[in-house]
Ligand binder design. Structure first.
Ligand SMILES: Nc1ncnc2c1ncn2[C@@H]1O[C@H](COP(=O)(O)OP(=O)(O)OP(=O)(O)O)[C@@H](O)[C@H]1O
Length: 265
């Protein structure tokens, strides 16, 4: 799992607290039209943690995620990734450290072959030759797509394209893997296979999702963002079992789903 080993030790590997992978401090943001989407968000994620970012439509989840690699910024507050502030002068390194997998893999795949798509980021960062080939193979191996390297991405199924999209990000050896609705449009087998892949990675994960069972399965910790503020931060199972909290933030479990019946991530 060297491919995505974070610079700091994962939480389970050390008795001393690991250095934070992500520190968001007092982030507030209004869009140019004046709409205030974030009102002062504080969030610390330790290296190696898997955290679900939950919340109703319009809560500010995407707005927050876009602050993590500097796509949005310029409001109040600070974001640091493994100690490096998200600022204009650091953006190239920040975008290597924060890999965002968008909901639609077709937003991320645009080259004639899977291999070229996965090579694109590391090549743009200057990697060449055997080093580049090795990086691509490593990333495709991590998502179980090595046999598809020479296929055009548009000939793959949706689930396969999502895995390749994950590989394009892993090829950069990110500090944090941010996933936007990773389980959407996946059939149950693909959903489970992606969960197995995510569990196997030695990387900090922040997962935006409306799929609460998936959050429970994969993320020991969840954060609820609601109306631009963090409304709750705790053990995923505890939050999902808190009916008043869930109701207050328009979060609903699937009919008949009992969070107590799922083994803790
Ligand atoms: N470009 C924009 N200009 C103005 N307001 C915006 C813009 N993008 C988003 N917003 C507003 O900011 C708020 C937060 O939106 P955001 O997309 O971050 O929510 P979200 O939690 O990701 O929602 P969803 O679960 O629906 O994806 C919403 O009220 C939205 O209408």
């Amino acid at each position: 799992m060297d491919a995505v080993t974070a610079p700091s030790a994962p939480a389970s590997a050390s008795s001393t607290p690991p250095a934070p992978s992500l520190e968001v401090s007092g982030v507030a943001y209004a869009y140019p039209d004046g709409h205030q989407a974030l009102f002062g968000v504080d969030l610390t994620v330790a290296a190696g943690e898997r955290v679900a970012l939950l919340g109703p439509n319009g809560a500010g989840k995407t707005t927050l995620v876009l602050h993590l690699n500097g796509i949005l910024g310029g409001g109040v507050g600070t974001v640091t990734v493994a100690g490096l502030p998200v600022e204009k002068r650091n953006l190239a390194e920040i975008r290597r450290r924060v890999g965002i997998v968008f909901q639609d893999p077709d937003d991320q795949l645009f080259m004639p072959t899977v291999r070229e798509d996965v090579a694109f980021g590391p090549a743009a960062a200057g990697l060449r030759g055997a080093g580049l080939e090795e990086r691509v193979r490593e990333a495709l191996d991590l998502v179980g797509m090595a046999d598809f390297a020479d296929r055009p991405p548009h000939h793959l199924s949706f689930g396969q394209r999502r895995r390749v999209a994950v590989a394009t990000v892993l090829a950069m050896r990110p500090e944090i893997l941010v996933l936007d609705e990773p389980s959407s449009n996946l059939d149950p087998a693909s959903r489970r296979e992606l969960a197995d892949i995510l569990r196997s990675l030695d990387v900090t994960v922040l997962m935006v999702t409306h799929d609460l069972p998936y959050a429970l399965e994969l993320c020991p910790r969840s954060v609820i963002l609601s109306e631009g503020v963090i409304a709750a931060d705790g053990r995923t199972r505890d939050l999902l079992c808190d009916e008043a909290l869930m109701g207050a933030h328009r979060l609903e479990l699937p009919f008949g789903f009992d969070p107590r019946s799922v083994p803790v991530a």
